[in-house]
Ligand binder design. Structure first.
Ligand code: SF4
Ligand code: SF4
Length: 478
């Protein structure tokens, strides 16, 4: 890990007091936690790349369509008109984050967040491949390593931008953009280049600072965590006082080390702790912190320091787990409290919200109808003696397959629709049709008469009341 200033002379783990960037080049620490994170991380990458190409009822499993303002989630599509459902869904997601954070700490940051997964499992390994691991004397590609790395980063960012955008515009739109000339889709072209640039900036330059200074989740964690949440922590009681040790070779095969701690430590605590102050946990940290300083906002719970320290403990013949997953309370020597009010309250509220959403979804009509007055004169007396009222019928299909909707007038004898008597809509399509309601003039015993505009399809039937205007009996005004 490169550094330009000691820890006491830093503002952040990535910022020196003089404002210069403290570039991090963490040393990877092989171990069981890294193996687990690799399995999870590469699985998530495969899922992330594949998901937009899968279809459930003709739609992708997950699509936040910014072009049509629709949100599709595993077979269910929410539209801008589903305001209550969308609000409940957002609250449920937020509460779920609170719940899992209270239970497992920042497990999302270290294991699931695309920022960490791509940075630590894709971009940084590629960087090490081309430019060498920290401390490596011989570089595989010599002076050309930096340039080759940049080329690969650009290609990766370009591919990543397409995958990312496919969650927001859909793979069908994206395919059209890719296959068409940039001149046909200038805005799409600019969007792709801009997202590619943003990816390159993030993974090539900004990196861990996204977690440290930009991500709101990291900032909120202090209110979401409690002393019983699972965190990656250093066992101060076992590790301190820390001190350098030397290998004791008295016994064949004995790799335990002796303490050579300084006088100050000896005066305060004659019994040395297990931490030999090798700083491996600091050198491997992708956010540049020292876990031994306690719980810090910068820690993304990546577990690299656990692997680093476990390997040291193995070498000095001490039990693993000086740094481990544990609650702050258990690290301080107390038992972990599993029953906590928030761990009961969150699931109960989430269960209630999910129930309400399920009821709303099951009872949701497959179309939204709105009947409005049309432009121009409120009524016209036709040559046939019939009275016509212009109206606009807005139909928003919310079915999964689309439907043909038939329009008719009810509530008055001889009523009919002048214009399109039926409209065909694709799933999720919205259309406003201008037609006229036509009824015999004899129906107007007063200047306003109620009629029903009926809109029906194979599995939808709704009548909307509408007040028609017309001449009274012998042709009175409106
Ligand atoms: S890796 Fe373990 S032994 Fe080495 S400095 Fe960190 S806590 Fe101490
Ligand atoms: S302190 Fe440990 S768990 Fe936290 S970010 Fe650094 S290496 Fe990862």
């Amino acid at each position: 890990m490169s550094t330009t200033a000691p820890q006491s002379e830093r503002v952040l783990s990535t910022l020196n007091v003089d404002g210069t960037r403290r570039w991090l080049n963490p040393r990877p620490s092989p171990g069981r936690w890294l193996n687990r994170r690799r399995a999870v991380g590469y699985g998530l990458i495969a899922l992330f790349v594949t998901l937009p190409h899968l279809r459930i009822d003709g739609r992708p499993p997950l699509l936040i369509n910014i072009l049509t303002r629709e949100f599709t989630f595993f077979g269910t599509t929410l539209y801008p008109t589903d305001t209550l459902l969308l609000a409940l869904l957002l609250i449920t997601i937020a509460l779920s984050v609170f719940f899992f954070t209270a239970l497992f700490g920042r497990i999302w940051c270290g294991w699931g967040c695309p920022q960490t997964v791509y940075l630590e499992l894709v971009f940084r390994p590629i960087e090490r491949f081309f430019e060498g691991a920290p401390g490596a004397r011989k570089k595989r590609f010599g002076a050309a390593g930096g340039f080759l790395k940049f080329v690969v980063f650009v290609l990766l960012a370009f591919g990543l931008a397409h995958t990312f955008l496919s969650y927001f515009v859909g793979t069908d739109n994206l395919r059209q953009w890719i296959l068409g000339s940039p001149l046909d889709h200038p805005i799409a072209f600019v969007v792709i280049i801009a997202v590619t640039g943003a990816m390159l900036f993030d993974f090539g330059f900004f990196r861990e600072q996204t977690c440290i200074v930009a991500c709101p989740y990291g900032r909120f964690q202090s209110v979401m965590l409690d002393r019983d949440s699972l965190v990656v922590g250093y066992d101060r009681r076992r590790g301190e006082p820390r001190g350098k040790k030397r290998r004791d070779a008295k016994q064949p095969g004995d790799v335990s080390l002796k303490v050579v701690h300084d006088a100050t430590h000896a005066e305060i605590a004659p019994e040395p702790g297990d931490c030999i102050d090798c700083t491996m946990c600091v050198q491997t940290c992708p956010t540049g912190i020292d876990i031994r300083d306690g719980l810090q906002m910068e820690c993304v719970n990546c577990t690299q320091c656990i692997d680093a320290c476990d390997s040291i403990m193995d070498k000095i013949g001490r039990p693993r787990g000086l740094i481990r997953y544990a609650s702050q309370r258990s690290l301080e020597g107390e038992g972990r409290h599993w029953f906590r009010p928030r761990l009961v309250a969150y699931p109960v509220i989430i269960a209630v919200l999910v129930t309400i959403m399920t009821v709303l979804l099951v009872t949701r009509e497959s179309a939204l109808i709105n009947v409005m007055r049309g432009p121009g004169s409120p009524f016209t007396v036709l040559e046939s003696g019939m009275v016509a009222n212009p109206i606009k019928v807005k139909i928003h299909d919310r079915s999964e397959t689309g439907a043909t909707y038939f329009l008719s007038v009810e509530g008055v004898d001889g009523g009919q629709i002048d214009g399109a008597g039926s409209v065909e809509l694709q799933a999720g399509e919205m259309l406003t049709e201008s037609v006229a309601l036509v009824v015999p003039s004899e129906a107007f015993t007063t200047s306003r008469i109620p009629v029903r505009v009926r809109i029906r399809s194979e599995d939808f039937d709704k009548s909307v009341e509408y007040i028609m205007r017309g001449p009274v009996a012998t042709g009175g005004g409106n």
